[in-house]
Design a binder for this molecule. Structure first.
Ligand SMILES: Cc1cc2nc3c(=O)[nH]c(=O)nc-3n(C[C@H](O)[C@H](O)[C@H](O)COP(=O)(O)OP(=O)(O)OC[C@H]3O[C@@H](n4cnc5c(N)ncnc54)[C@H](O)[C@@H]3O)c2cc1C
Length: 423
């Protein structure tokens, strides 16, 4: 029997682990996971699993657990995606519209998603404190990985799931000849992120608004997302502030992307918002300020036997809540291709090209759509703050993203691969 394809996964975030769990389930490859941190960790914040990603998790047999984590304390199912409320108080806390999702909520604490994935991960061949510094394409086609501690590892395929941040090494090495084509850019938006006890939110916004599974408050150049996590114990808060007059890719004026912030700083940015919302912001005790960066539209996600997935390949602005979900789709298509009976060390570069042909157009379309969605949310698009036009622009906006069949993507990628084998 031919030896199994040796796959090195660099980066154990939600995308790398989703990929690794699914690849292990398919049972055709030898998997090695390298993570620079001393454990798998996620930030203290919420995440929405998009319906496109939920289809992947259904296939992996973990969709029920996701729904269970997303259930609120009342146990009520809810398919409210967002109540849309204007932040300037023109209608008080009364929503101008309610957007709905195809099924019940899939919004949960990031740590819950990660722990679920870790529980399904094979325990062998997981290496912590392994920070990739560079890699080499070897003459025979394989890849030699180099780590900060001086060690090396030889693999048939390198999967870069090491994210967008400054450590995103795989993309940087892949684009070493043209670093400017792969350098993340600031999107002129910052986001304050915090978890609030839901009792506090209810006290400030009232029983209905304070518990509604999601709530979006929109005003000119700012918007807030709130949704409950941890069975309704906490409310996940993301408060965005943008200055679109700076253009699409202005220079980030500070050094750090992520810094501790304060309720006072938020209140200064949210001047003019209605009182209940300001009062909620004033009560936030622990908050971080994130600069929202994007990966530019890359010319390719692959080079030889090296492939990028998730934020490493296509980090988008977070508007619409589908960045990780796109990465989860990447992992599903890639795992199926790597497990194809005709995939060998000799054909793997064709496999990766097929992945790129199918996944890059869709993931990059999402990058553009996410940015455009941010303009609508913040009343800075063509609709301005015209309520009817804002609602029209939001309704059905996620249909093409949520509605896509993952099987159809896999089928197309397999056809591209098989055709390339025939020359
Ligand atoms: C405010 C905000 C809200 C969002 N909300 C949503 C949402 O609701 N739904 C959604 O789908 N997406 C959302 N996103 C996007 C989502 O967070 C990302 O797309 C997702 O976390 C990316 O996962 P990843 O595994 O690709 O990268 P990461 O989570 O960044 O993981 C990268 C991993 O690689 C490791 N690593 C890095 N460098 C190295 C190295 N050199 N060697 C070894 N290991 C390394 C890191 O330690 C880390 O564990 C949001 C983003 C933001 C900013």
């Amino acid at each position: 029997m031919a030896p199994k394809l040796k796959v090195a996964v660099v980066g154990g975030g939600s995308v790398g682990l989703s990929f690794a769990v699914y690849l292990a389930q398919l049972g055709k490859c030898e998997i090695h996971i390298f993570e620079s941190a001393s454990a798998f960790t996620e930030i203290g914040a919420g995440i929405e699993v998009g319906y496109n990603a939920l289809k992947v998790y259904k296939e992996m047999g973990i969709a029920d657990e996701i729904h269970e984590f997303a259930r609120d304390s009342s146990g009520d199912p809810s398919n409210i995606w967002f109540d849309v409320i204007f932040g300037d108080g023109r209608h008080g806390l009364t929503p101008i519209h309610t957007l709905r999702t195809p099924e019940d909520s899939t919004k949960l604490h990031r740590a819950d998603l990660l722990s679920l994935l870790v529980s399904r991960l094979p325990k062998e061949n997981v290496y912590f404190r392994k920070h990739l510094t560079t890699y080499e394409q070897m003459p025979g086609g394989g890849i030699k990985l180099h780590f900060r501690d001086g060690s090396t590892f030889d693999a048939d395929v390198l999967v870069g799931s090491d994210g967008i941040k400054s450590t995103g090494r795989v993309r940087r090495v892949m684009y070493a000849d043209k670093p400017e084509d792969a350098e993340p850019t600031w999107s002129a938006t910052i986001a304050y992120r915090a978890l609030l006890p839901i009792s506090e939110v209810v006290r400030k916004l009232g029983e209905h608004t304070g518990r509604t599974p999601t709530l979006r408050l929109t005003a000119s150049g700012q918007h807030i997302i709130l949704f409950p996590v941890s069975h309704g114990k906490y409310m996940n808060l993301v408060a965005f502030v943008s200055d679109f007059t700076l253009g699409r890719h202005p220079t980030w004026p500070k050094q750090n992307w992520i810094e501790p912030s304060s309720a006072q700083e938020m209140l200064e940015d949210y001047e003019g918002w209605m009182e209940p919302v300001r009062s909620m912001l004033a009560g936030v005790e622990k908050v971080q300020r994130w600069a929202i960066f994007e990966v530019p539209l890359l010319a390719s996600f692959v080079s030889g036997n090296v492939v990028l997935v998730g934020d490493a390949a296509h980090a988008s602005t977070p508007h619409g809540g589908n960045g990780a979900s796109q990465g989860i789709e990447d992992g599903h298509v890639l795992a199926q291709l790597l497990s194809h009976p005709l995939t060998t060390p000799a054909t793997v570069s064709l496999v990766l090209k097929a992945y790129d042909a199918v996944r890059r157009p869709r993931a990059q379309a999402w990058q553009e759509a996410a940015y455009a969605t941010g303009l609508v949310y913040e009343c800075c698009g063509a609709e301005g703050d015209d309520e009817a036009r804002v609602v029209q622009a939001l309704e059905g906006r996620m249909d093409w993203v949520w509605g896509v069949g993952i099987h159809e993507q896999v089928g197309r990628a397999v056809r591209v691969f098989e055709e390339s084998l025939r020359g």
